[in-house]
Design a protein. Structure first.
Length: 288
């Protein structure tokens, strides 16, 4: 037995280094082709900076009968889309994804079992993974939402629920959070910081979201930002530079700041009031 082990060790040591490297490269290639390996690493996909007018995107969501989504951003850590609801979205559960809804316009209700939450512009609704929800429009106008999923969902990780399943799951799930964004903005303005900000929720290593106020002449910036940032301008204007992209931002614009980018978003000196922002980040980002 000893001689067998000795011969086996000699044969392994005689394998050329170049052959071992070639075998590892072959395995990596197979994983890459099968979609199991992300060459840029999780949350570090090649994403271009962009400024998106959500009013223009909403114009693409005409003639909706039930519900329709318009994708805005997608990575291995999170996705962001516009969602228009013209009637309802049946009871369902995201088994792995945390679901964040920000109401842009219209009114509606979110249900989790017997609990009911009113949705109106400026409301942010946070449902954690495994929390079943049901959405319905209640007003005459479409219910338009920003929907942030972290990690992103797919057909394998979301299940439509029967009434009895919806009720049973609701009893053992985490209660959603409801945030009145205008009211929360008022509360962070009295913190005394040069740039008032707050994190509303953290979702482990996948993502987080929060609010920022930029007083005139103040800015947020990074030479190499650690996460993909999705920044929605709630109120006011700002000047943005992301790598070589320069833009003037206004209410209703969405800014995509890719990870590892150099960026500056500044409230101009002529602003009479603070610029208000909501950020979605994947992976989590520490607000100033």
């Amino acid at each position: 037995m000893r001689s067998v082990r000795k011969r086996s060790g000699r044969s392994m040591s005689n394998i050329p280094v170049w052959l071992i490297a070639a075998l590892l490269a072959l395995v990596g290639g197979i994983l890459l082709l099968s979609g199991l390996l992300n060459p840029a690493g999780p949350g570090n996909e090649m994403i271009d900076p962009a400024v998106i007018s959500l009013s223009q995107k909403l114009a693409l969501l005409s003639d909706v009968t039930g519900a329709k989504a318009e994708p805005l951003f997608d990575s291995s850590k999170a996705s962001l889309a516009l969602l228009r609801v013209e009637s309802q979205i049946p009871a369902h559960v995201h088994h792995k994804s945390n679901e964040v809804l920000y109401v842009l316009s219209g009114t509606g209700k979110a249900h989790t079992g017997s609990a009911e939450y009113d949705l109106s512009p400026g409301i942010l609704f946070i449902a954690f993974a495994k929390t079943p929800i049901e959405l319905e429009k209640t007003g005459d106008q479409p219910l338009d939402l920003l929907i942030f999923l972290t990690p992103p969902s797919n057909e394998k990780n979301v299940t439509r629920l029967k009434p009895e399943e919806f009720s049973a799951l609701s009893k053992n799930s985490l209660l959603p959070l409801l945030v009145n964004v205008p009211e929360r903005m008022k509360s962070i303005s009295i913190q005394g910081k040069a740039i008032p900000s707050t994190t509303l929720s953290n979702f482990s290593a996948d993502g987080n979201l929060g609010l920022i106020q930029l007083p005139q002449s103040q800015k947020i910036s990074a030479d190499k930002v650690s996460a993909n940032l999705l920044i929605y301008v709630l109120n006011g204007t700002a000047n943005a530079k992301i790598n070589s992209l320069e833009a003037t931002l206004k209410s209703g614009d969405l800014v995509i700041v890719p990870a590892r980018s150099k960026f500056v978003i500044e409230s101009p000196e002529e602003n009479q009031s603070s610029t208000e922002l909501i950020f979605f980040s994947a992976p989590p980002w520490q607000a100033p």
